[in-house]
Ligand binder design. Sequence first.
Ligand SMILES: Nc1ncnc2c1ncn2[C@@H]1O[C@H](COP(=O)(O)OP(=O)(O)OP(=O)(O)O)[C@@H](O)[C@H]1O
Ligand SMILES: CC(C)(CO)[C@@H](O)C(=O)[O-]
Ligand code: BAL
Length: 273
Amino acid sequence: MIVARNLQEFLQARSSLKEYSIALVPTMGALHEGHLALIKRSKELAHYCIVTIFINELQFDQPEDFVRYPKTEDQDINLLKQHDVDLVWLPRAGDIYPQNFATHIVVDGPALLWEGAKRPGHFSGVATVVYRLFSLIKPNLACFGEKDWQQLQVIRRMVADLGIPISVFGVPTVREDDGLAKSSRNRFLSREEQQKAALLYKVLKQSHQHIQSGKNICDVLKQAVEELTKEGFEVDYFAAVDGSSLHEISEWKHDSRLITAARLGSVRLLDNM
Ligand SMILES: Nc1ncnc2c1ncn2[C@@H]1O[C@H](COP(=O)(O)OP(=O)(O)OP(=O)(O)O)[C@@H](O)[C@H]1O
Ligand SMILES: CC(C)(CO)[C@@H](O)C(=O)[O-]
Ligand code: BAL
């Protein structure tokens, strides 16, 4: 596995992979089995797999969240080696955002509500870094996790709107045995919070079943928020939406989605079904 630590090293390594199809897995590091599922899928889809590790300050709406974002570089590199990744690039901020950088991608539509409303500037930061990674790396395809459902729709929208010739693949959420969606920030949950966190998935599953069995969507959502709040979650939203536009729905269809974000202690948990 080639480890590139700046743009020059990356471009040199990238030029040796010219003839073949390339899959990109963008990450912010602190890797776990969710990331490994993206890598596994990308290796099924392309000859070569490139992983990036870049904690993109532009997408953080809270400076303290950026500062405490977990950094486990040596472990990450070892894990990627064990999983036969071909090239890992840990760009420097200046590789992605040259001096006097002044251009940002703004996505409306699926980016406006939920995470977009709760975290001002977040999706513009995500879209901008993903666009920069796409334009520097020029992969044939890229894999993103369904765990960040809204992010996946925002990237799909950007790719379609700007005619970017890269196929975007969504990969199903990898969970702990108790159902909690794996996430880099989960390491900040206390043992007690970790046990409680699985309730988010249980309530999602139960709400999904109730909606399937014909219960009123509004009542189901209200009950879900009440149950989570009673157990100490601070619920930002628990909503039924169209799976691609992210607009709220009142009638369930085959492409509908339940999405939620809730804070438990110092960690904001995201999930969807
Ligand atoms: N449990 C998971 N299952 C599938 N994909 C995941 C999972 N967790 C993260 N991913 C995906 O991995 C990619 C990189 O995500 P990232 O590095 O931000 O990790 P993360 O676990 O989502 O961290 P956090 O949400 O705490 O920032 C994204 O496409 C994300 O959706
Ligand atoms: C896609 C991404 C790597 C862009 O920084 C990030 O938002 C993430 O890890 O989900
Ligand atoms: N995986 C989501 C990226 C973020 O929370 O910034």
